[in-house]
Design a protein around this ligand. Structure first.
Ligand code: CDP
Ligand code: CDP
Length: 227
């Protein structure tokens, strides 16, 4: 059977990565979490004191981009690939609310985007890939056979992310999470380079009232029409 490229874009915590992993497992495709790559660059910038609440040394980060090596390694116990930064597994470090607080500023930098988009396009050269993010259907894979644009109300999304962070033992409040989700929505949608917009040929799915199973079945039906 011919393999296709599936691009899943949308706002934070709409369930993109959950459904992308399910689809990749079901179809035997590669799953790539492009947001994890922006988060890994952000973690690197934090570790090297290029970004904090009071400063952002953009030029220093740009000068160090050639020292950032991001790879994915499949973890059979989890059923998906985890992200490594310069050889170290950083899955846990990059998912915190602190990283979420800086990542949209890092993702605004064109040099960062250029580097990561090139790597993402290389990963999708042979098709058979599900990638989720903000610019996958518009910039990374404009010719993807299936493009999905996921939405849900900000409150629904913040509540989902809040529950997720609590379950990982992070001490956060619902209001902090809601603020972060709304701030990232704004920066991601309004930046000059590759803003978060629905591709003309993307299918929009509002999953505010859909369970994980319902959203998976809905998208799988769309995949089957493309295959
Ligand atoms: O999981 P969540 O939706 O919260 O975020 P993510 O997918 O991990 O992405 C984190 C951030 O990376 C986003 O808020 C964007 O600023 C940036 N991003 C991007 O600019 N382009 C992408 N293709 C993916 C993520
Ligand atoms: O990748 P993205 O940030 O779009 O979202 P995610 O990490 O896949 O989902 C964020 C959280 O929302 C996870 O805990 C999902 O299980 C949950 N979720 C849900 O409960 N119902 C949905 N229809 C979609 C996501």
């Amino acid at each position: 059977m011919n393999k296709i490229t599936i691009a899943i874009d949308g706002f934070s915590s709409t369930g993109k990565s959950t459904v992308a992993k399910q689809l990749a497992n079901h179809l035997g495709y590669i799953y790539v979490d492009s947001g994890a790559m922006y988060r890994a660059v952000t973690w690197y910038a934090m570790q090297h004191h290029f970004i904090s609440n009071t400063y952002f040394h953009v030029q220093d980060l740009i000068a160090h981009l050639d020292q950032i090596d991001i790879t994915f390694t499949f973890n059979p116990n989890l059923g998906y690939a985890e992200v490594y930064l310069n050889g170290k597994n950083v899955e846990k470090q990059i998912r915190t609310l602190e990283v979420s607080g800086f990542v949209s500023q890092v993702a605004e930098i064109s040099e960062v985007r250029e580097l990561l988009v090139k790597q993402q396009q290389k990963m999708g050269e042979s098709k058979g890939i599900v990638m989720d993010g903000r610019d996958i259907g518009t910039v990374v894979f404009p010719n993807a056979e299936l493009k999905i644009f996921m939405t849900a109300s900000p409150e629904t999304r913040a509540n989902r992310r809040y529950q997720e962070l609590l379950s990982k033992g992070e001490q956060v409040s619902y209001n902090e999470v809601l603020h972060n989700v709304q701030e990232r929505d704004y920066i991601d949608s309004n930046r000059k380079d590759s803003p978060l917009v629905k591709a003309k040929d993307a299918i929009e799915i509002d999953n505010s009232n859909l369970s994980l199973e319902e959203q998976f079945n809905k998208i799988l039906q769309l995949v089957e029409t493309k295959l």
